[in-house]
Design a protein around this ligand. Structure first.
Ligand SMILES: Cc1cc2nc3c(=O)[nH]c(=O)nc-3n(C[C@H](O)[C@H](O)[C@H](O)COP(=O)(O)OP(=O)(O)OC[C@H]3O[C@@H](n4cnc5c(N)ncnc54)[C@H](O)[C@@H]3O)c2cc1C
Length: 447
């Protein structure tokens, strides 16, 4: 039986492993950290006993590969699927605005929903609709060099429509300020969200912690005597002969019983993998070359931006809706988990170095302003800073994204940063994992 080694147990590695296992290909998955899930995991908060995420994750109906993956794992029950897009917005005067796609044939439902969104003037709405209707004929490749902000302004969008509509989509989906991200990536995602049917823009929210929603079902799927799962094992080096990987060295030993490898590790980690000649052994520390993936000189390292999450426990939770988008606030979203609430700040580089006390103070002031949650109503909080949350989809990074195939015959790449055509998202990660697994399958079928 042919065997694939998969390095990295985030959603890209897990989906590649599940896809291959479903095709009866043996997998050996190694993960450097003590837990699987990568940047999408949950853990038990000691004090409250609640299962909390490293960061709230929001999915969309256009996450087609993710939905297939969830179904393959039998994990649909772990997610809440909106029927049509529905978002509650709130401004700094606690005024609420509702954006809800209406039950009408697509795309009229979404457009009619936009008409009832009172944070915008009628003219703003007409301009937004005009821009959406030109998307079909817009070639995104012409806009790699243009920032999202400039593209929106050139297309007649004013400050209000940018703040109350486009930023909510753009900063959330791209985890970047609109001035930094390339309009190409934004146009591509708008086409999927607005032109692919009413389901595409509806939101999907995990009902349970991310590890319960994704990781445990995936590990259960892989539980079988023929697959091997190893955590706390870091890959360090690779040996190559005749244009093929023949062995790898980890901090636990050497692995050479594989026919192909998928590297599903982040871009900053791939450039640290070095080529060892001859076959590596821990006692031999000479003969290292640069990364075989072009890491040191070719520069596969993509610049990243951060996400800031605060989980806050309230003495009494009076929040009425499952989640809110905050207009003109450093907090972009607040999610209601019953026992606790979670705030999300995307593209959070200006906040990430601040102290816990400073961050709590900023967030609690915003919560008071927007949702009437007072500092004294908060009984406890936990701050999670993900400094390298996602790559910035600017022109330089988009050019660096590698394809799934490498120069080595039996080595493939996966991960949200590879050339999926999508921003760094769960869907990008899972799509990349499935694509890499399909390439491995094709490679095996040529023998
Ligand atoms: C706070 C936060 C919020 C987010 N919100 C959303 C959201 O709302 N919606 C959305 O779609 N996406 C969101 N994302 C993005 C999403 O989480 C990622 O795109 C996705 O999880 C990336 O998966 P991956 O498998 O490509 O990479 P990773 O999850 O980074 O997995 C790579 C794995 O490789 C391991 N590894 C690294 N080096 C080695 C080595 N040498 N040997 C062995 N293993 C190694 C790492 O430990 C890691 O587990 C968010 C991300 C963060 C951080």
């Amino acid at each position: 039986m042919k065997k694939c080694l998969i390095v990295g147990g985030g959603l890209a590695g897990l989906s590649a492993a599940v896809f291959l296992a479903s095709k009866n290909i043996q997998v050996h998955l190694i993960e450097a950290s003590p837990k699987f899930g990568g940047r999408a995991y949950s853990f038990l908060d000691d004090k409250s006993g609640d299962e909390i995420d490293n960061g709230q994750h929001l999915l969309l109906g256009c996450y087609y590969e993710t939905i297939k993956f969830i179904k393959l794992l039998g994990a649909e029950d772990q997610f809440y699927f909106q029927k049509r897009l529905e978002i509650n917005f709130v401004d700094q005067h606690k005024k609420e605005f509702h954006l809800k796609a209406i039950k009408l044939p697509y795309p009229f439902g979404l457009l009619a929903g936009l008409l009832s969104y009172r944070a915008l003037s009628l003219l703003d709405k007409i301009k937004i609709k005009t821009l959406i209707s030109t998307l079909l004929f817009t070639d995104s490749n012409k806009y790699s060099d243009v920032s999202v902000l400039d593209w929106l302004k050139k297309n007649g969008q004013n400050e209000r429509s940018i703040k109350a509509f486009w930023e909510v989509i753009g900063v959330g989906a791209l985890n970047s300020h609109l001035k930094d991200a390339s309009a190409k990536m934004f146009i591509d995602i708008l086409k999927v969200i607005f032109l692919k049917g009413s389901d595409a823009s509806a939101m999907i929210i995990p009902k349970v912690g991310l590890s319960k929603a994704f990781v445990e079902p995936a590990l259960n799927f892989l539980q079988s005597s023929k697959n091997e799962l190893s955590h706390s094992e870091k890959l360090l080096e690779i040996s190559i002969a005749q244009n093929k990987a023949i062995a790898v060295g980890t901090d636990k030993g050497i692995i050479n019983d594989f026919d192909a490898i998928i590297f599903a590790i982040p871009s900053y980690a791939i450039s640290k993998i070095i080529e060892k000649k001859p076959i590596p052994s821990p006692s031999q520390r000479e003969g290292y070359n640069d990364s075989p993936f072009g890491g040191k000189e070719g520069g596969l390292d993509l610049s990243t931006s951060s996400i800031l999450t605060l989980h806050l426990w309230l003495k009494e939770n009076k929040m009425k809706k499952p989640f809110y988008a905050l207009l003109n606030s450093p907090i972009h979203w607040v999610f209601n988990h019953g026992n606790y609430i979670t705030t999300v700040t995307s593209s959070a580089d200006e906040f990430i170095e601040k102290s816990q006390e400073e961050l709590f103070s900023i967030v609690s002031e915003e919560l008071q302003k927007y949702l009437d949650i007072k500092k004294e109503d908060i009984s406890d909080y936990k701050i999670i800073k993900e400094k390298r949350a996602t790559f910035i989809p600017n022109k330089e990074n988009l050019l660096k994204r590698p394809s799934v195939k490498t120069n080595l015959e039996n080595v493939f790449l996966a991960g949200d940063w590879t050339n999926t055509g999508l921003p760094a998202t769960i869907e990008g990660a899972i799509k990349s994992g499935v694509t890499a697994a399909e390439e491995v399958q094709k490679y095996f079928s040529t023998w």
